[in-house]
Write a protein that binds this ligand. Structure first.
Ligand SMILES: Cc1cc2nc3c(=O)[nH]c(=O)nc-3n(C[C@H](O)[C@H](O)[C@H](O)COP(=O)(O)OP(=O)(O)OC[C@H]3O[C@@H](n4cnc5c(N)ncnc54)[C@H](O)[C@@H]3O)c2cc1C
Length: 472
């Protein structure tokens, strides 16, 4: 079978990796830009002994998606840099709210005191859940904000859930589907009439053993077992996360997969004999295409033959994110931790700050990443913000919140247009409808990538694997 992959981001490279395993060659990956990796980009300042990550920086080794990624890391023999759960970057997560830096509770004891920005002990939110009955039918969807407010109260929705959604997808919790992150909790509520009741009941009844992820026919990956044993909270790769797509590219090259850069696909035309892709200099026929493109990039490729599919893809919205990497000499932080998030109710132009140099050793430098924009990009930055305007805002908040008065020695501003898809209410059904369309019309096209099955690194790798496994 002759297969092709559209997109050389992490999901496209993963699709190539799994297609090679399943069908072998001939296989070609077409990437529009001159490099692989998509949003994964590491700037290594070797002369200065630190790195800037423009996109993702850490991976969580959790559950089947986490185990699946670690299996790939193992095969590629990548040097991982784990952060155990006991590390300060895993334990200390902060909010900037009500004019102060607030440490989030990191142990069950933290449920009982009153800690800002909360005005009540957190156990009261659990009592709220226990005393509130089920209110939605199980086949419906709602925003994660409204679910959290219903179950745990407004304070939790504003100061715990909303900033968490900013940290994960730069989105507005009032629009993001509860099924994006809390599907399990939502379903427990629907089944047992409460989140806590559901968790307790499921624990006694189902006796889940998370040490046995079901995807692997025999043993779980060794690295996953190691991560469980050593209690990793997250990890990166020596040299930065861009090492991963580079290693995948090398692996694919070594196995004679044709990776074509600067060769965007412009249209896909389906016929009884397969699919024809129009590329830079030629039209190429293949038997099956796996697309890892962002939904809004795939949509126009399908429009001439399948306008309604195109419209459905365009219903998946995206947000722009601003990433400002900053470096200072010496240790400038007064409080160590993973970083801080700013709840949207605070109405500040930053989403949060990541303390990169607390997570990983940067040879005595302080390296921070200020995230901005997301759902609120237009509101704060309009259509064409200047790099200086953005850098000034980042520096102002770092000064005010973290009390770092020095000028950064080195900084970089990146505006990442339409980089994170938003799983708004109804997303799961939308994706089901899109895939049903492909099935109904028997189109030899599979869809993976951040637009569909989860926005994190683990999700896009697993999405590629599952889509390749499902090819008839
Ligand atoms: C700022 C930021 C921080 C993040 N932090 C984390 C994190 O810490 N941990 C984590 O797990 N995840 C994180 N993520 C998410 C993670 O980076 C993404 O899930 C992942 O990189 C998406 O990969 P992808 O292959 O699906 O998409 P992309 O990276 O968007 O790749 C798609 C590729 O398709 C190419 N393309 C587009 N059109 C065409 C065409 N017509 N023909 C051929 N090629 C085309 C593009 O050039 C691109 O290379 C972050 C994302 C961002 C933006």
């Amino acid at each position: 079978m002759k297969t092709a992959v559209l997109g050389g981001g992490l999901s496209g490279l993963s699709a190539g990796y799994y297609l090679l395993r399943r069908f072998g060659n001939p296989l070609t990956i077409y990437e529009a830009s001159p490099r692989v990796g998509g949003w994964i980009r590491t700037e290594a300042r070797r002369d200065r002994d630190f790195i800037f990550e423009t996109g993702p920086r850490t991976i969580r080794p959790v559950g089947i998606p986490g185990a699946n990624t670690l299996e790939m890391m193992e095969e590629l023999q990548l040097p991982l840099k784990p952060i155990p759960r006991s590390h300060v970057a895993a334990r200390n997560r902060m909010l900037y709210a009500k004019g102060q830096l607030c440490m989030l509770p990191n142990s069950p004891r933290g449920l009982f005191g009153v800690k800002p920005p909360f005005t009540q002990p957190l156990y009261k939110a659990l009592l709220h859940d226990l005393s509130t009955g089920r209110t939605l039918a199980s086949n419906e969807d709602e925003s994660i904000y409204s679910f959290a407010e219903r179950r745990f109260g407004k304070e939790i929705a504003d100061y715990a859930i909303s900033p968490m959604i900013c940290g994960i997808c730069a989105g507005d919790a009032k629009q993001i589907s509860v099924r994006f992150l809390m599907e399990g909790l939502f379903e427990k509520e629907q089944k047992y009439g409460g989140v806590l009741k559901g968790i307790l009941y499921a624990r006694f009844k189902d006796n889940v053993d998370e040490k046995k992820p079901g995807l692997f026919a025999q043993d779980q990956p060794k690295l996953y077992a190691q991560a469980l044993q050593e209690k990793w909270a997250m990890y990166s790769i020596e040299g930065g996360l861009e090492v991963l797509p580079r290693a995948m590219r090398k692996y694919l090259d070594q196995h004679n997969v044709n990776v074509q850069l600067s060769n965007a696909c412009q249209t896909l035309t389906f016929s009884k004999s397969g699919v024809r892709m129009s590329l830079r200099n030629a039209d190429v026929p293949v038997d099956h295409v796996v697309s890892s493109l962002p939904a809004y990039k795939l949509a126009p490729l399908l429009k001439p033959q399948h306008p309604s599919l195109c419209e459905q893809l365009l219903e998946i919205p995206y947000v722009n994110v601003v990433v400002v990497n900053i470096q200072y000499n010496g240790n400038q932080l007064k409080q160590d931790g993973f970083g801080l998030l700013v709840p949207p109710v605070e109405k500040l132009p930053i989403l949060g700050v990541i303390f990169d140099s607390c997570c990983f050793d940067m040879n005595g430098n302080t390296v921070l990443t200020v995230m901005m924009g997301g759902h609120w990009f237009d509101q704060w930055f309009g259509h064409q913000p200047s790099q200086k305007q953005i850098l000034d805002i980042a520096k102002k908040y770092v000064r005010e919140i973290l009390d770092i008065q020095e000028e950064p020695k080195f900084s970089r501003v990146h505006i990442l247009p339409k980089c994170i898809p938003q799983y708004t209410v109804g997303h799961k059904e939308r994706v089901k409808r899109i895939r049903k369309y492909l099935k109904d019309y028997k189109l030899p096209l599979s869809l993976c990538g951040a637009a569909f099955d989860g926005v994190g690194i683990n999700d896009v790798i697993l999405s590629a694997r599952r889509q390749v496994d499902a090819i008839p």
